[in-house]
Every structure is written in C-alpha cells, then in structure tokens.
Ligand binder design. Structure first.
Ligand code: NG6
Ligand code: CA
Length: 509
C-alpha cells in the first residue's frame, strides 16, 4: 500500500515535471502536419467516401481522433495557409489566392507557428506547396540568385517547395533559396507577359491562348492558358529554366523522398514538419502507377496517390522509431472542387453539381471550394498521437487557426498580445480531453465571411461569389439542417441579429 502511494507520488511528480514550463524535460512530441490541397470532407474513406480507397488515412483516423466539425479558415488556399501558419485570420492581411509572382505575404517580423516552435527547441521544415508568395514587394523576384524572402525568413529551418501552386508558374522546385537544377545559361524569369517575353536567349514556352495544340496533357476548360510547360497550360508567364522544370507525375514521389530524408535527419531532435501536398489540386497528374485505380478519373486517382504518401510518411516515422512520440495532424486547405480549369473529365460547376460520377466530395455538406457553405471549410481533420490520444470521434468545433495558440500553450511558449491574435487554446479538444471546442468562429470565402456559433451558421448579405448567385442573409441550424437547405432567418431574427453583431465585432477587432 505504502509503496503504491510512494510510486503514485513519484509518478505525479514526474508527469508534473514533464509538462512544466521551460523545463528541459518538457515532453516535446514531434509535430507533423499533413495538409491536402482541395481535399474535401467526403474525399476520405473514414469520412464516408466509398469510391476512393484511402486505407492509410483511414488507419491514421482509426488510431487517432477524427473530428467531424474540423475547419480550415477559408474556402481557398492562401488565406487558410496564412491562418494555419500565423494564427491570424486571412482577412486581416488581405490574404486572397495569390498570383504566381506575388511577394511574400507573411510579414517577416510576424510571429508564426514555426517561429514559435523554434523557441520551444524544434527543428522546423516545410516540404511541398507554399502559395504564400516569395520575394520583396514591388520588384520582380530574381529567381536566379537567392530567392527570398520566403519560408526560411518566416521561421522554417529548411524548405523544399512547390513555390506557388501546380497550376501556376514557375514550374520548378525551390530548395532553400535556390531553384533546383537551374542552368544559369537559361535564366528563369517570372512575371508579366511583356517582361517575360522580352528576355533574350532563354527558353520561351508556348502561349496556351494561341497554341492550344501545345496543351497535350490536358486542354484547359477555363483560364490556365498562359505558359505551357510539360503539355499543361499554367496561370502566369515564365521564360527560361528549362532544365529545372519539374515532372508533374513524380511530384508526390519527390516530396515523399524529401520527407523520408527529413525525418531520418531529424529523428534525434523534436521536429516540426509541414508536409503540404499538391494533391488533389489541378492539374491532377497522378503517377502512371495510380492512374485508373478509381472510377473517378485523375481526381480520384490523385487522392489514392495522396493516401499512398500518407502511408509512406507514417512508415518513415515508425522506421525511425519516432511514431509513438509524434502528433500527426491531417487536414486540408479548403473543400472539394471538380473541374477547376482543366478538361480532366470532372463536372462543372460545383455550385450546381454536388456530385461527380456518384461521388460527393463534401459528403452531406453543401458546396465546396470558393463557397461560404460548410463544404468550403469543413474538411477532414484528424489528430493522432499514439499512447496520448485515445482513438475516437470528436464532434468538437475546431479550427486550424488554433493550432498555434494551442501548441504554444501546451509547450509553454508565451505569445505576446499581438502574436497569433485569432489563435485560441483548444488543446484539450485536439487531445480529446474535452468534447467541446470553439464557441464560435469565422468562415471565409473570398470576400465573404460567415459566423458559426454552436450549431448555428449565419451568412450576411454577400456579393456574387464564384459560381454562386448573389446571396442575401441566411441562417441555418446545422443540428437539423446540416446541408444548409432551409433558411431559418425569419423564424430566428434574434439569433441572426446577435450573430451579425458578433461577426462585425470580430471583423473589426
Ligand atoms: C483560381 C483558378 C483555379 C485555382 C484557384 C486557386 C482559374 C480559372 N482558376 O483562380 O484553378 O488555381 O485559383 O486554388 O484560373 S487554391 O487551392 O490554390 O486556392
Ligand atoms: Ca486549395
């Protein structure tokens, strides 16, 4: 009996010590964020997808906590990524989908998730899609020298990037500050058509508008007809850098190889890895070994490829002996979209086509990418930490924007009042210790913003948004109307009024 009391006391003392501020013994799990691109709630088996097999993500969900009401901040990429990495809503910094030659959006003096983790002693790395701009404001970035500022300047120790998106130039990888495999005799230029075309003695790529026959991989369905590289029309203009062009079909393999090397190299440190997949954003170009696996064309096949990558990352964590002490967070930057600019066999537009060949990428939720409805931001959200998080399902309302505040609090890294201003501490919800999450939060879609408060969703008057008609005020009770079909505003004017006021306060806060 006495022994048990003593050992219990020792245990309490020990666990207190492992969770204490600034203590060198503080337990620092590795943190891996696996971020999909345009992966919808219903694109994952564990979330109900029947036509896309995702055994590896399902296994992760089975061994961790699967959130049913987990969100990115916006229904497009740049603002969601901005919020994930800064803990600040995108609308506070005019974060909208960035063009190919955009300068760095995150101010270099701003607190970020990787900077915060560095303070806690973490090694920090990003592999994959960036889409938060690179270079100084007001000048064309020099892609032939040190390409910066970018992820390194905002807190990552190492970075291997798809700099913008896979449908935007430049179609080259960036390793740290350097373009990979660049031949200095064929310098790389990115910018306006005039600027790029005026460069002499460098490779000029076909213009999709006047050379549609050059688009041999896919024809464009809308946009995507500027520079054509690898038979695919892209957004934006580039010249030169021919030796540096990536191969679209091996991109996932390349990112996975880099990830394996990163984990192996950093297995002795606490590390943070932000793995930002290009899958399943357009142009969908799964490796030939994945082509034709699903009945949904390359969109479904790209999802199978992404699932394979998740399996490889999990394997690498195990093989390096760090799986037990690694928090893996799986999510996406916005909801699903089918035809997003290329003739890849998917349907268009999403606003009127919820289903593509029997598959609903947003599950029971309405809409998807670009939209203010739940399908825009309610995405797969899985948190796994073997031995620490009890496997299960959580209906807590959680948001990626809160990872920074939650992890800072868990690791006892103090944040100043002006840092991560929108990031709350919901760590207990992420760890499954609490089944309640946020009381309220904003959902963003382009210039539109809605408010979630519990099961209520309030959407103010919005201008016409991509593919959707101009909308007037709406209120939905998701508890009995998860598909946002019955506008309940007339019967609940008080709720709408108080939510409108709260939304205004946050927007102006
Ligand atoms: C849109 C593109 C779309 C995609 C999106 C950004 C056209 C017609 N559409 O402007 O294809 O690139 O921007 O996607 O060009 S995101 O996931 O990075 O936000
Ligand atoms: Ca996206």
């Amino acid at each position: 009996m006495k022994l048990t009391i003593i050992s219990t006391l020792i245990l309490i003392a020990f666990s207190a010590c492992t969770h204490k501020a600034g203590d060198s013994d503080v337990q620092k799990p590795n943190i891996v964020i696996i971020y999909g691109d345009d992966v919808g709630y219903g694109d994952v088996g564990a979330y109900g997808s029947e036509l896309i097999p995702t055994p590896n993500i399902d296994k992760l969900a089975g061994g961790g906590l699967r959130f049913t009401d987990g969100h990115c901040t916006a229904s497009t990429c740049t603002p969601s990524r901005f919020s994930l990495l800064t803990g600040v809503y995108g609308f506070r910094h005019n974060a909208n989908v960035l063009p190919p030659n955009a300068p760095l959006l995150i101010p270099v003096d701003m607190m970020t998730l990787p900077k915060m983790l560095k303070k806690a002693g973490y090694e920090t790395g990003i592999i994959g899609k960036w889409h938060l701009g690179i270079g100084e404001k007001g000048v064309f970035t020099n892609w032939n020298g040190d390409v910066k500022p970018g992820p390194i300047e905002v807190g990552f120790n190492s970075s291997f990037l798809l700099p913008s998106t896979n449908d935007r130039v430049p179609t080259v990888y960036l390793d740290g500050h350097e373009v990979v495999n660049l031949d200095k005799k064929d310098s790389l230029f990115v910018g306006s058509k005039k600027y790029v075309r005026s460069q002499k003695n460098v490779t000029q790529y076909p213009d999709g508008k006047t050379n549609s026959e050059a688009m041999t991989y896919y024809q464009n369905s809308h946009g995507h007809n500027n520079s054509v590289t690898n038979g695919i029309g892209r957004i934006g203009y580039m010249a030169g850098g021919k030796s540096a062009l990536w191969n679209d079909e091996t991109m996932t393999d390349v990112f996975v190889e880099k990830t394996k090397a990163y984990i192996e190299k950093n297995k002795e440190n606490p590390f943070f890895l932000y793995y930002a997949a290009q899958d399943i954003h357009v142009p969908r170009t799964p490796h030939p070994r994945f082509q034709g696996i699903t009945t949904l064309g390359y969109r479904g096949d790209a999802m199978v490829q992404f699932d394979w990558a998740v399996g490889e990352i999990m394997k690498a964590l195990e093989e390096n002996g760090v799986a037990e002490n690694t928090i893996v967070i799986f999510s996406s930057d916005n909801g699903p979209v089918y035809d997003d600019g290329y003739e890849d066999g998917t349907t268009f537009p999403l606003s009127s086509q919820e289903v593509d060949r029997g598959h609903d990428g947003s599950g029971i939720y309405r809409g998807g990418k670009y939209q203010i409805y739940e399908g825009g931001t309610r995405v797969p959200f899985i948190v796994s930490w073997p031995g620490k998080i009890k496997p299960g399902v959580s209906d807590a309302l959680v948001n990626q924007i809160d990872l920074m505040g939650s992890l800072a609090s868990y690791l006892n890294v103090p944040l100043n009042d002006n840092e991560g201003v929108d990031s709350r501490n919901t760590m207990d919800a992420f760890l499954g210790k609490r089944d309640k999450g946020l009381v309220s939060m904003v959902e963003e879609a382009g210039s539109g913003r809605a408010l979630r408060r519990g099961d209520w969703k309030y959407i103010p008057d919005l201008g016409r948004s991509y593919g959707s008609p101009k909308m007037s005020k709406q209120l939905y009770n998701l508890a009995n109307d998860p598909g946002e079909q019955n506008n309940a505003i007339e019967d609940n004017p008080e709720i709408a009024k108080s939510m409108a006021e709260e939304l205004e306060k946050i927007l102006n806060g």
